[in-house]
Write a protein that binds this ligand. Structure first.
Ligand code: FES
Length: 110
């Protein structure tokens, strides 16, 4: 299974789309209503959007809200699990990082 978004025109289920646009670190990304923030990121070809303290890339790991690997800031709310948060049109998403020397997280890296 591919994480890429199947265009509605070629979707055998015949779904109808309600498009939405979010920004991720200022970059506009398009999705469809019902997708999670992680779904929009994955469909845009971004499998990782933060760094662990070791510097290792992180994105979706469990996909069900358990591992907290997918944390982002949405509309100034920190530590939102991208796999659990439905994207809403106009959401401003910023990525977080706990990697050493990365200033995108206000907390100290452990
Ligand atoms: S991917 Fe595990 S909490 Fe989101």
């Amino acid at each position: 299974m591919s994480p890429r978004l199947v265009p509605a025109a070629s979707d055998p289920a015949g779904r109808r789309e309600r498009p939405l646009t979010i920004t991720v670190d200022g970059e506009p990304l398009t999705g469809i209503a019902g997708q999670t923030v992680a779904g929009v990121l994955l469909a845009a070809g971004r499998p990782a959007w933060r760094r662990a303290p070791s510097g290792a890339p992180r994105g979706v790991f469990c996909g069900i809200g358990v591992c907290f690997d997918c944390l982002v800031t949405v509309n100034d709310e920190r530590d939102v699990r991208a796999c659990r948060r439905r994207a809403r049109d106009g959401d401003a998403v910023t990525t977080q990082s706990r990697a050493q020397g990365d200033e995108r997280d206000g907390r100290r890296a452990r």
